[in-house]
Design a protein around this ligand. Structure first.
Ligand SMILES: [Zn+2]
Length: 107
């Protein structure tokens, strides 16, 4: 996705890295399949073109989906596959930077 038109008229742009209004997620239904895929990667030999980290990232991309928070109205746009999104409007009706939470425990 490079651009997503929000219902409010704002255009959500995804053309760089570390976007504060974007997140990637894995549903709980798919989480253990992702863990199994990571285990399988750890138990197989690397091919010559991919490093281990590239294979793990490839598995994450395969199992994850994107979500975006509209910076104009606060709608959350949840990826449901095939470049399709479903929107949810927060009670406040405002942008809350909910996807820009800094998790110090990961740093
Ligand atoms: Zn919007």
């Amino acid at each position: 996705m490079s651009k997503l038109g929000c219902v409010c008229g704002h255009v959500i742009v995804d053309q760089t890295d570390q976007i504060p209004y974007k997140a990637s997620f894995i549903t709980d239904v798919d989480l253990f399949d992702f863990y199994d895929a990571v285990d399988d990667t750890m138990n197989t030999s690397l091919n010559h073109k991919e490093t281990f980290s590239e294979q793990i990232i490839d598995r994450f991309i395969r199992y994850s989906a994107d979500m975006y928070e509209c910076t104009q109205c606060g709608r959350l746009w949840i990826g449901i596959g095939n470049n399709q999104f479903k929107a949810f409007l927060p009670e406040s009706g405002k942008y809350q930077a909910i996807l820009n939470i800094q998790h110090d425990r990961f740093k």
